[in-house]
Design a protein around this ligand. Sequence first.
Ligand SMILES: NC(=O)c1ccc[n+]([C@@H]2O[C@H](COP(=O)([O-])OP(=O)(O)OC[C@H]3O[C@@H](n4cnc5c(N)ncnc54)[C@H](OP(=O)(O)O)[C@@H]3O)[C@@H](O)[C@H]2O)c1
Length: 297
Amino acid sequence: MKIFLTGSTGFVGKQILQDLIGDKHQVRCIVRKGSEQKIANYKEVDVVHGDITDAGSLEGKLAGCDAVINLVGIIREFPFKGITFEKLHYEGTANLVIAARAQGIRRFIQMSALGARPNGKTRYQQTKFRAEDYVRNSGLDYTIFRPSIIFGQGDKFVNLFASMLKTQQFVPVVGNGRYQMQPVAVENVSMGFVKSIEQKDAIGRTFDVGGPEKLEFNRIIDIIGDVLCVPPHKLHIPAFMMNLAAEMLDWLPAFPITKEQIIMLREGNTCDEKPFFAHFDIKPICFKLGITRYLTV
Ligand SMILES: NC(=O)c1ccc[n+]([C@@H]2O[C@H](COP(=O)([O-])OP(=O)(O)OC[C@H]3O[C@@H](n4cnc5c(N)ncnc54)[C@H](OP(=O)(O)O)[C@@H]3O)[C@@H](O)[C@H]2O)c1
C-alpha cells in the first residue's frame, strides 16, 4: 500500500518509516523544509514538502495514497514562535483529516497519548483528546493509538536520564518519585501502527499502549543505573520547587522539564496493555532488556 506519513523525521517516525519499508509499503513523507536530511538514508521514500499546520501546503499531496499515519506532536510549546498544542495537535490533525477526505483517502491512523481526555489537567492532554475526537467524528476509517512513554534508540526520556546518571552526581526527581509509568518499546508501538493499516477489525478502535510493566519513576531510574553500571543517586526535589523553576525557565529548550510534564509525571501514566498486544499479536519488550540494547552499545 502507499502510506502518507507525517512526523517521519522524529523518534517514533523513523522507526515506523523503517518498519513500513520493511513491510514493503511505499511511503510518502511530508516533511518541513530543512528537515528532509533527517531521513536522507531512506532513498526509496517519496519526500514532499509541507507542514500540517498549513492547510494549503497539503493540497494534492495525499493524492494516490491508501492510508494516512499522523504522528506530528510536540511536548513543549513555544507560543512566541506560534508553536502551540492547539495548532500542532488539533488544527494540524483537522487539516489532515480534511485533506484526506478531499483527496479520497479513507484510512486514517492517529498518534495520540495516554492520558488524553477532555478534562485533562494539561493542554497537551486536552488537545490530544480533541484531535482524537475530530478523527473519530471524521467519517474516515480510523484507528487511534495512545502510548505511555516510549523508549528506544534516540528517545528523549531514557537517554536524558542516562546522560544525567553518567555525568552528574544526582538525578533530580520530582517529589517522591512513586508515580507509575508504563514505558513501551518503540518497536512495539511501531508494529501496532504498521499491522493496523490492513486490519479491518482495528477500524473504529482506540488502543491504549503501555509496556508489560508498571514501574515507579524511582524504579525506572534504578534500572537505567543498573544497565549503565552507575549508582542511581536521586535527589528528590519537592514538586512546588520544581514547579517554581519550570515556571521561570521552561521556555528555554535546554530546561529539561516543563510545567505540563511535571503535572503529567505526577499523575502517573498507566493502562491495561493487554488488549493492544493481544489484538496485534505483538510480543511485549521488557524495559530493562529494551534499554540495554541501545544504552550499552
Ligand atoms: N515519545 C514519546 O514518549 C511519546 C509518547 C506518547 C505519544 N507520543 C506522540 O508520538 C508522536 C511522535 O513523538 P516523537 O517522540 O517521535 O516526537 P519527535 O521526535 O519530537 O518528532 C516530532 C515530529 O513532528 C514533526 N513536526 C513538528 N512540528 C511540525 C509541524 N509544524 N509540521 C509538520 N511536522 C512537524 C517533527 O518534524 P521536524 O523534524 O521537522 O521537527 C518530527 O517529525 C507525537 O505525536 C507525540 O505526542 C510520543
